[in-house]
Ligand binder design. Structure first.
Ligand code: APR
Ligand code: PHB
Length: 392
C-alpha cells in the first residue's frame, strides 16, 4: 500500500493531522496499536484553547463541540480556604476556553474518518519504521494476522510518550529533558452537577485538588495522591470525604456526590525531546513532549504541533518546497517550551512537594505568590494569557 503521509497513533494528534490533510487533498494512513473502543475509553483533560477549537472547525468536526461544549471566561484559584476568581477578560483578548472532553474530540474525529470510509488500521501490532536513512520511509506491522506494508513520503509519529517513533531516531540526534513529579493525580468522573460554574484549582495544605467538569450534569474531580497508591485504596466514600474536606467551608458543602463512573491515577511528568524531526520522520504531540495536566495543555500542544506540521506538509505536497517542513521542529518547540514553563509553574504553585513540610518555607512562598497573583492585575493577566493559549 502507498500513501503520502504514514501516521502512527490515533490519539488526537494523529486523527486531527489526518483529517486536516484530507481536507487539503493529501492522503494519509493511520496505524493504531489499540482498538477504537480502547482509545475512546481513555479519560483525559477537557479544556480546549480557542486555537484548538478553530482547528477542529477547520477539520469539519466542530458541530457537536459547539452544541455541547461550555464556554468559560475564567477560573477559580483557591488557597487558605478562599476561592478567588481570575477572569480571562474575553472582551479585551477575544479569547475563552471551551470545556469539552478529549474523549469527545477523539470520538468526533473517529466518526469523521469512518464517514469518509478511512478508518485507522486499529489493532495494528508491532508497528515498525524503516527506510528513513535510505529515503524510502516505510511502515510495517501485523494487521489481522497478516503483514501490512505502507510506503510513505513522510512518516509522522503521533504515538504518545511510549510509542516507537521517538525511539526510531538515532540516539545521537535526540536531546531529552525530563522531570517526573513525586506525586500523581487521582481522578474521579461522576454524573453529578459541577460544584461551581467555573473550574477551581485549589492549593490545600494537604495537597492539590481540582474541581472540573464535562457538562452541566457531569463532573471531573482530582486530588493529589502518592505515586504508590492504587485506586482500590480509594473507595468513592473516601474520595468524596477527602475532596469535600480539601475544598473547605466555602465550597466543600456544595459538592454533590454520587457513584464514580471512572477512577484512575495518573503520574505527572514534564518531558521534551528535541528536535521533532529526523529526515522524513516527524514527531507530533505526546511522542515529543509531555506536560503535567495542571492547566490542561497536553491536547492543545498536540493541536499546535499539527497546525505547524500541516502548513509544512501542504506546502511540500503542493509546491515541493521543504521550507515549512524545515522550520517545523523549531516553530513547534518554541511553543512547546512556553507551555512546559506554564504547566511547570502552575504545578509548583499549587501542589505539595514531599520535600516541603506543610508549614515550611516553600508553602509560605506559595501562599505569598498566590496572594500576589490574585491581587495584581498584571499577574492575573499573565495567568489568563497562558491559560487561554498563546498565539500560534
Ligand atoms: N503503534 C501504533 N500506535 C501506537 C503505538 C505503536 N507502537 N504506541 C502508541 N500508539 C498509539 C496509542 O495507542 C494512542 O492511541 O498512539 C496513540 C497516542 O495517542 P495519545 O497518547 O492520546 O497522544 P497524542 O495524540 O499526542 O495526544 C496528546 O492526548 O494523550 C493525551 O495527555 C495527552 O492530552 C495529551 C494529548
Ligand atoms: C479535566 O477536566 O480533566 C481537567 C481540567 C483542567 C485541568 C486538568 C484536567 O487543568
Amino acid at each position: 500500500m502507498k500513501t503520502q503521509v504514514g501516521i502512527i497513533g490515533s490519539g488526537p494528534a494523529g486523527l486531527l493531522l489526518s483529517q486536516l490533510l484530507h481536507k487539503q487533498g493529501i492522503d494519509s494512513v493511520i496505524l493504531e496499536k489499540h482498538s477504537r473502543a480502547h482509545v475512546e475509553g481513555r479519560i483525559r483533560a477537557g479544556i480546549l484553547e480557542q486555537g484548538t477549537v478553530d482547528m477542529l472547525d477547520e477539520a469539519g468536526v466542530g458541530e457537536r463541540l459547539h452544541e455541547e461544549g461550555l464556554i468559560h471566561d475564567g477560573i477559580g484559584i483557591q488557597f487558605n480556604g478562599v476561592n478567588h476568581r481570575i477572569g480571562f477578560k474575553a472582551r479585551d483578548t477575544g479569547k475563552t476556553v471551551t470545556v469539552y472532553g478529549q474523549t469527545e474530540v477523539t470520538k468526533d474525529l473517529m466518526d469523521a474518518h469512518a464517514a469518509r470510509g478511512q478508518d485507522p488500521f486499529y489493532e495494528a501490532e508491532d508497528v515498525r519504521i524503516s527506510g528513513i536513512e535510505a529515503g524510502t520511509p516505510t511502515l510495517k506491522c501485523l494487521f489481522q494476522g497478516k503483514g501490512l506494508e505502507v510506503q510513505c513520503k513522510i512518516i509522522v509519529g503521533c504515538d504518545g510518550y511510549h510509542g516507537v517513533s521517538r525511539q526510531s531516531f538515532p540516539s545521537d540526534v535526540l536531546n531529552t529533558f525530563e522531570r517526573v513529579y513525586p506525586f500523581g493525580w487521582l481522578g474521579v468522573l461522576a454524573d453529578v452537577k459541577p460544584v461551581s460554574e467555573e473550574l477551581i484549582y485549589n492549593n490545600h495544605k494537604n495537597g492539590f485538588a481540582l474541581a472540573s467538569q464535562r457538562s452541566a450534569t457531569r463532573s471531573r474531580y482530582y486530588i493529589q495522591c502518592e505515586l504508590n497508591e492504587s485506586v482500590e485504596e480509594w473507595s468513592d466514600d473516601r474520595f468524596w470525604e477527602t475532596l469535600i474536606h480539601m475544598f473547605g467551608e466555602e465550597v466543600g458543602p456544595k459538592i454533590e456526590t454520587g457513584p464514580s463512573i471512572e477512577k484512575s491515577i495518573a503520574p505527572l511528568r514534564s518531558f521534551v525531546a528535541e528536535p521533532m524531526r529526523y529526515k522524513s520522520l516527524f514527531l507530533a504531540g505526546d511522542s515529543a513532549h509531555v506536560v503535567p495536566p495542571t492547566g490542561a495543555k497536553g491536547l492543545n500542544l498536540a493541536a499546535s504541533d499539527v497546525h505547524y506540521l500541516t502548513e509544512g506538509l501542504v506546502d511540500y505536497f503542493s509546491t515541493g518546497s521543504t521550507s515549512g517542513l524545515d522550520l517545523y521542529s523549531d516553530r513547534a518547540l518554541a511553543r512547546v517550551w512556553t507551555a512546559i514553563r506554564f504547566s511547570w509553574w502552575f504545578t509548583h504553585l499549587t501542589h505539595r512537594f514531599p520535600e516541603n513540610e506543610t508549614h515550611g518555607m516553600a508553602y509560605k512562598l506559595q501562599i505569598a505568590e498566590l496572594e500576589y497573583l490574585v491581587q495584581s492585575e498584571s499577574a492575573k493577566a499573565s495567568l489568563a494569557e497562558n491559560y487561554v493559549g498563546l498565539p500560534f
